[in-house]
Design a protein around this ligand. Structure first.
Ligand code: GLN
Length: 288
């Protein structure tokens, strides 16, 4: 029988080889799997790495390690992922939350007042991370979250229930199609699919396990962005804001498409990696 330390060293090497990970990433992953199997944090793990694993813990750990060695993302193995300080359930029916989407949430929060009603729409909500985070931090806001996938909506509703976000209405809808334009929103937010259908990244790493429909958007990667931009104005209040996450090379396109469609202003923000990531359109003379 091997102590935790020896197991981690051997499995780190296996993970690095099977997944082409840098050794520090492979080490972190082995530790994460082990800490979760033991139900302890990494600090505990490192302080007790001379101990042996009890049989049920070893079985759990080995099962997860095998899945990870086939490439399955850790978030799907654990069935959860943290976003903006909250823990969300995830499944292969939805994208795994990404840190760059926190920029979209921050920019939306800056446009949703704390002290009065604001109507907010989240298009393609997936696991619900955007709508639920906004709903929790802006309890006076009224949110509508839509997704074309019934499985995603069910998961988003479970997340909303678990996190006690009660100010969200969930609707099954292909973008705006099930919404009545009589109902106006002050803020519309979306992290739509925006990868080109032939992008080789779709077949690599975590992405190959995620729903293609949530990642890829036609030959140009712009299909969903275009659809949202061209259909948004009738659903926006007179001073309404549309916030869109997009790919590193789509900022210019998004700004131009917003202006052509009748938005008064459009501006793009960079994420922490200095990549153009979120473009905002305002349907009035609001200045940034
Ligand atoms: N940013 C994600 C990626 O490149 C894609 C997310 C999306 O398509 N909405 O992996």
């Amino acid at each position: 029988m091997l102590a935790i330390r020896e197991l981690l060293a051997a499995d780190q090497a296996q993970l690095a080889q099977a997944l082409g990970l840098a050794s520090c990433d492979a080490r972190l992953e082995a530790q994460l799997l082990m800490a979760a199997a033991l139900d302890v944090n990494r600090a505990w793990l490192l302080a007790h790495d001379d101990e042996m694993l009890a049989a049920p813990v070893a079985a759990r750990y080995t099962g997860w390690l095998k899945r990870r060695l086939t490439g399955e993302p850790i978030a799907y193995i654990f069935g959860e992922k943290e976003f903006y300080g909250l823990m969300f359930k995830v499944s292969p029916a939805v994208l795994i939350p990404r840190p760059e989407t926190e920029l979209l949430v921050e920019l939306a929060l800056a446009r949703i007042p704390v002290d009065r009603l604001c109507r907010v729409l989240d298009l393609g909500t997936g696991s619900g991370i955007i709508a639920i985070t906004l709903a929790k931090l802006r309890p006076l806001a009224e949110l509508v979250a839509v997704d074309v996938s019934a499985a995603a909506l069910e998961l988003a509703q479970t997340n909303a229930r678990n996190l006690k976000a009660n100010n969200i209405l969930f609707i099954e809808s292909d973008w705006f199609s099930a919404l009545d334009s009589v109902e106006k929103f002050d803020v519309i937010v979306s992290n739509p699919p925006y990868i080109r259908a032939d992008d080789p990244h779709l077949a690599r790493g975590d992405l190959r396990f995620e729903p293609t429909r949530a990642l890829a958007a036609g030959a140009s990667g712009r299909d969903a962005l275009t659809r949202i931009i061209t259909q948004a104005i009738p659903h926006l209040a007179s001073t309404g804001t549309l916030l869109l996450e997009h790919g590193y090379d789509q900022g210019e396109y998004a700004r131009a498409a917003l202006r052509q469609t009748g938005f008064h202003e459009s501006v793009t923000y960079q994420d922490l990696a200095s990549v153009e990531r979120v473009t905002i359109g305002v349907s009035d003379k609001f200045t940034f």
